[in-house]
Design a protein around this ligand. Structure first.
Ligand SMILES: Nc1ncnc2c1ncn2[C@@H]1O[C@H](COP(=O)(O)OP(=O)(O)O)[C@@H](O)[C@H]1O
Ligand SMILES: [Mg+2]
Length: 257
């Protein structure tokens, strides 16, 4: 197994609050890591740190052995880290196509100069983007791909979540970070959506995924390896079976001890 990603002893503070406290975590190529822990345990802060939105006060983050700690978010993104957000950042009035293409930087030149003087290149880039977005949507569902120019507000919750994942995937990431993607979905929608995530993984066998998720049965189904956080520290780690056997997890998640 090849190591793709590594966090070494990462610490983040917000004033007096230690949001991440010496957290270390490794991700092998092609694996899905389930990241769990109570509200406020630092899961989103970890994603924000990996993607360059939070400053560390200690530790390092490496992708393919390259130290990316403290780089600008766009430089981290260019090195193959994409994410979705816990609170949706879709533009409901824009089309499906626009919402996915936003995920790619420098994709469309929409300036007046670009339109007037480089018309052919502009038309060409729209065509390429259209093909790619259509192909991505098709991996989720053909009916969704057929709605590429529908405004997003006409789509239901599960399709909107798929659009968020497509937006992250258009960058062709090596590490995909999913922050509570099942929030607000029914159990049936969650089940269907996790089937999509497993399909994304089989379509991109070298891509790794870290998924923050509260439902233990979802974690059991999708995660190859589980990491448990509490107060910014790793309190348990291993296979799903090993982690649920941990006394702390038993008490916090399963209500037994
Ligand atoms: N930008 C911020 N400024 C101050 N405190 C923050 C900020 N972001 C998160 N926190 C705090 O850090 C802790 C971890 O938050 P978060 O990473 O969002 O937890 P989780 O995603 O596990 O629910 C919480 O106590 C939260 O209130
Ligand atoms: Mg969170």
């Amino acid at each position: 197994m090849t190591k793709l990603f590594e966090a070494e002893n990462v610490s983040v503070r917000f004033g007096g609050l230690q949001a991440l406290d010496g957290l270390s975590l490794e991700v092998e190529e092609g694996t899905i890591i389930g990241l769990i822990g109570p509200n406020g345990s630092g899961k989103t802060t970890f994603f924000n740190t990996v993607t360059g939105l939070c400053r560390t006060v200690g530790g390092r983050v490496l992708i393919d052995g390259e130290n990316i700690t403290g780089l600008q978010p766009r430089h981290i993104y260019q090195r193959g880290v994409s994410r979705t957000f816990q609170r949706s950042r879709l533009c409901l009035s824009l089309s499906v196509f626009d919402n996915v293409v936003i995920g790619r930087q420098n994709s469309l030149d929409l300036t007046l100069f670009g339109n007037l003087f480089r018309r052919r290149r502009f038309v060409e880039s729209v065509r390429e983007n259209h093909e790619q977005v259509h192909a991505l949507l098709s991996t989720f569902s053909e009916p969704l791909a057929a709605r590429i120019f529908d405004p997003l507000h006409r789509l239901n919750m599960i399709d909107r979540r798929r659009i968020e994942v497509c937006r992250a995937l258009i960058a062709n990431p090596r590490l995909l970070l999913l922050d509570e993607p099942s929030a607000g979905m029914t159990p049936d929608e969650t089940h269907e959506f996790m089937g999509d995530i497993l399909k994304v993984r089989s379509d991109h066998p070298r891509m790794s995924i870290i998924i923050i998720e509260h439902e233990m049965d979802v974690i059991q189904r999708v995660a190859d390896h589980v990491v448990v956080l509490n107060f910014g520290k790793k309190v348990a780690e291993g296979t799903f079976d090993a982690v649920v056997a941990n006394p702390w997890v038993q008490e916090a998640y399963l209500g037994t001890s």
